[in-house]
Write a protein that binds this ligand. Sequence first.
Ligand code: ZN
Length: 239
Amino acid sequence: MARKSARRVELSQPAKDRLWSESGGHCQNPECRADLHGFLKRKHIGELAHIIPASFEGPRADEAMELSEDERAMPENVLVLCPTCHTVIDKAPSEYPTSVLRTWKTRSQEARTTAHGTPVFHSRFEARQFIEGLLDANRAVFNLYGPLDNAYDSTRAEQWRRHVNGTIIPNNRVILRVLQANRRLLTDAEKMTLGIFAVHVRELTERHLEGNWTPGSTKFPSAMESILKEDGWESSAGS
Ligand SMILES: [Zn+2]
């Protein structure tokens, strides 16, 4: 018989508030997204589902040892779901392992940032001003530590890996989000450039953060350097 946890740590009210805000009041299953505001009339906010269970019993309990009791009660380990999805995932843990549930949480957090945490600009100039500092920082890192064509320097390669994770990928994600949210300001040619940039960012992330070296390595499109720079009118009117 499974060993029972002596103590089941309950989520604090601030943790619950944070989870509600993170979910935007919708089920965090990306294929459901049910509106949970109707549940506010009752005491609880939708259903709080532990990714790794709070006790040593229940679905996905084999991974319970990975986290301490306190860690299992942290909002990072909890998903906000509608009652239907909560039942479905707990009944089929092999179909919904912790890796899938973590992806749901990340996607929900990203969706919230895209919808509510991304500036929308009136002009190309304002949008360019916003992304320019990020592009400059990435260019500086690339010039200092980027891979060399004809030589391999292990110290430089180590610095490059560190800066890709700490600077380039985070900056790229912001640039991508801002350009996607302000797509209406882009010319047709710039929308094509954005598409290639999105593939570049995805592949860079897969290689450096997820350790998946199989995807292609689409280069940073050079047209990104001048994106939003011209006033854009001639190029869009002329095409
Ligand atoms: Zn749901």
